[in-house]
Design a protein around this ligand. Sequence first.
Ligand code: FEO
Length: 395
Amino acid sequence: MKKLVKNNVYWIGKMDWELVSFHGADYSINHGSSQNAYLITEEKTVLIDTVWKPHSVEFVNNLESEVDLNKIDFIIMNHGEVDHSGSLPTLMGKIPNTPIYCTANAVKSLTGQYHHPEWNYKVVKTGDSVDIGNGKKLVFVEMRMLHWPDSMATFMTKDNILFSNDAFGQHYAVEELFNDKADTCLLWAEALKYYANILNPFSQLVKKKIDEITALNLSIDIIAPSHGAIWRDNPLEIIEKYYEWSQNYQQDQITIAYDTMWEGTMQIAHKIGEEISRLSPNTKVKIFNISKTDKNDIMTEIFKSKAIAVGSPTVGQSLLSSVGGWLDFLKELKFKNKKAAVFGCYGWSGESTKVLRERLNDAGFEVVGPEIKCNWNMIEEDYQKVTEVANALCE
Ligand code: FEO
């Protein structure tokens, strides 16, 4: 079933209430998600994007029930990742000569995945446009590295709809489609989680791209992303938020993340939290056990933080493996302008704080001098170090 977006523009995607993870298991889905595809029926009939491969038969059947597939004049692939292109082979099996408008890099990603170099690709770049009749055009804007080199957005004139693909999306299912129908708290929490866990590494490009889009002076009435709610009520708000988030965003918050074997390192984590609260009562403090907490939720809190503390006991002259893997993900997200402190218990050799220091430096954090390296369980001297660490993080 298609759903009306505006005039002759329809949503024809997959409302994916059953999805529980994304990017393999790298992104948790807690409130469903959607893969948004759009059907435009002006003088030309145009499909923008498809849906993930497991839903390809359902998608093509649904599309076929709404429109004669042979009447689709062309397809726009804003991005080649499989959640948007996965139904293309099934669809192209039925209409093999249909032109596919996409970037040069999308030809590479689509050909690499589906092995159909003979598909009728029409390569476009920023500023190119195509007439769809009734005085309307689709204008293409390359969105390189937001978040793949092949990404682009498509702007529909007159109706003033920006089909932004992944940018401005959320992994959040809104059956009624629009942001004004969504639960506002969840919507913004999911938009922030999406930015922190997917787009943050490209923040400098986000700012540049928003400057570029602003300079185009487009009158945007609707932002229709490829995941989650469509922004029709105050659509520019999400652009303003992205602009703010892209500039080393932080609140007065300190996040403490740790794992523990016999609760010694956990005890230090809680003492640091208490001390920060005592020294700086207005600072928000959040404490998470890395092996018991969704890593995307912790990263979202780190995104909001001005400083973090990370703890692990020494195991095998290094870290608990939960913390080691977590630090890999932390590095990928390329957080900037944040302080970090390290802590951990040990019984014998005591390398964990040194390893944590190296790994956090490598992840782009400014690691403060004081640390808590606690032999067995805390003694008076360690409590003094807690104050030094809390002070260094609050400064
Ligand atoms: Fe929603 Fe980059 O795919």
